[in-house]
Design a protein around this ligand. Structure first.
Ligand code: CP3
Length: 347
C-alpha cells in the first residue's frame, strides 16, 4: 500500500514546518467548563475512577474535540497517577484539589520503591488505544506526565500549596532524600511515556507547573536535569519521540531549558517577553501558548486583543496556539468559540 497517512498540522509544526494557521488546542480542554464533562464526572464517582475507566476517559478526551475540532486531543488523566503507581495514596477531594499522604522525612522517603508499578497505569494505555481508534487521523493525540519536580512537590506536601514551600525546604535540607523521589519519578515516567507512545500517542507533554518557584541553581538540578533524563530515556526507547516541555514561570531560564533538555517545543505562559522568546527560544524549537486564561474568561475585545497579541508575537515562526496555563472552570464556552474563530480566520 502506498497510501500516505493524512497530515497532522500539529506534528508538522513540531517537525519544523510553520503553519499559516497555527494548530490549536487548550491545556485542560477536557474539564469542568464543559457541561458534558460535569455530567460524566458525576456518573463516574471519584476523579481517579474517571481517569482509570477507559470508556469514560476516552469519552472525556473526545468531548472537546467534538465541540471545537481542536488540532490535538490530550488523553484524560492526571499527573498524580505516577505517585499512585509508586504506591502513594492519592485522592481528589471535591472543590479542594489533590490529597496524598505526605512524603516529607528521609525515613518515609526511604520506603519509596525505586520505580512505580506500571500495571496500575494499564487503563490509561487502554483509553489511548480507544481514542486513537475514534480520532480523526488529522488530529494529534497527546500523552503526558508531570515533570519530576512538580510531581514531587505534591508528593512531599501531600497537597498543592501557594508556593510549594514544603518541597523546596526538603530539597535544601535533605537533597539526597529528595533526589531519591526525583529519581523514582524520572524512571517511572520514562516507562509511562514510552507506554503512552506505544498505545497510540503521537506526541508527549511534560508539565512542570511549579518550575517558576526555583532559583537558577535549583532549577538546573530539579527541573532541567530530570526532564533531560526523561527526554533521553524516552528517546532511547522511541528514537523519534516528539516532546513538548512546559516549565511554567521559567522566564529568563527558558533558553537554557530548551538547550539542555532537548525538547521539540516549549509551552510558554503569558508573562513571556516576545522578543526574547523569538530570538532565543522560537529560533530553536516550536513555541506553544500563551493566551492568558483570564482574557478567555473576560471575552469581548479584551479577548480579541489577547488573541491578536499571541498571533503577532509568535505567528511568523513555529507556533501552536494555546493558553499559557489551563482553562478555568468558569470560562464561558462562547468565549472559547470566539477565540477559535479568530485564530482560524486571522490569515
Ligand atoms: O488537559 C486536559 O484536558 C487533560 C487532563 C489533565 C488533568 N490534569 C485533568 C484534571 C491534565 C493534563 C492535568 C495535569 C495536571 N494535574 C497538572 C499540570 C498542569 C496544570 O494544570 O498545572 C497538575 C499540577 C495537576 C494536579 C491537579 N489535578 C490539581 C492541582 C488538581 C486540582 C485543581 C483543579 O483544577 O481542580 C487536579 C484535578 C484535575 N485534573 C481536574 C481535571 C479535569 C479537576 C478535577 C475534577 O474534575 O473534579
Amino acid at each position: 500500500m502506498t497510501q500516505t497517512a493524512p497530515r497532522k498540522p500539529f506534528l508538522d509544526v513540531l517537525a519544523g514546518r510553520r503553519q499559516a494557521v497555527p494548530p490549536l488546542w487548550m491545556m485542560r480542554q477536557a474539564g469542568r467548563y464543559l457541561p458534558e464533562y460535569r455530567a460524566l464526572r458525576e456518573k463516574a464517582g471519584s476523579f481517579l475512577d474517571l481517569c482509570f475507566t477507559p470508556d469514560y476517559a476516552a469519552e472525556v478526551t473526545l468531548q472537546p474535540i467534538r465541540r471545537f475540532n481542536f488540532d490535538a486531543a490530550i488523553i484524560f488523566s492526571d499527573i498524580l497517577v505516577v505517585p499512585h503507581a509508586l504506591g502513594r495514596a492519592v485522592r481528589f477531594e471535591a472543590g479542594e484539589g489533590p490529597r496524598l499522604d505526605p512524603l516529607d522525612t528521609p525515613e518515609t522517603i526511604a520506603t519509596l520503591p525505586a520505580i512505580g508499578d506500571d500495571s496500575k497505569l494499564t487503563p490509561v494505555y487502554e483509553a489511548l488505544r480507544r481514542v486513537r481508534g475514534e480520532l480523526d487521523p488529522a488530529i494529534a493525540l497527546i500523552g503526558f506526565c508531570g515533570a519530576p519536580w512538580t510531581v514531587a512537590t505534591y508528593m512531599v506536601a501531600g497537597r498543592g500549596t501557594p508556593d510549594q514551600a514544603p518541597a523546596r525546604l526538603l530539597a535544601y535540607r535533605h537533597p539526597d532524600a529528595f533526589q531519591r523521589i526525583i529519581d523514582a519519578v524520572v524512571d517511572s515516567s520514562i516507562v509511562y511515556l514510552t507506554g503512552q507512545l506505544k498505545a497510540g500517542a503521537d506526541v508527549l507533554q511534560i508539565f512542570d507547573t511549579w518550575a517558576g518557584v526555583l532559583p537558577p541553581r535549583e532549577f538546573e538540578r530539579w527541573s532541567i536535569e530530570p526532564t533531560r533524563r526523561i527526554v533521553e530515556g524516552v528517546r532511547r526507547n522511541v528514537p523519534d519521540a516528539r516532546i513538548i516541555g512546559f516549565p511554567r514561570g521559567a522566564a529568563g531560564l527558558l533558553p537554557r531549558y530548551v538547550e539542555r533538555t532537548g525538547v521539540d517545543a516549549v509551552s510558554i505562559d503569558w508573562t513571556a517577553e516576545p522578543s526574547m522568546i523569538r530570538a532565543q527560544v522560537q529560533s530553536r524549537v516550536a513555541v506553544q501558548g500563551n493566551l492568558d486564561p483570564l482574557a478567555l474568561i473576560a471575552g469581548g475585545t479584551a479577548l480579541d486583543r489577547a488573541v491578536d497579541d499571541v498571533l503577532e508575537s509568535y505567528g511568523e515562526g513555529r507556533l501552536i496556539f494555546n493558553l499559557g496555563h489551563g482553562i478555568q472552570p468558569q470560562t464561558p464556552i462562547a468565549h472559547v468559540e470566539r477565540m477559535i474563530a479568530r485564530v482560524r480566520n486571522a490569515r
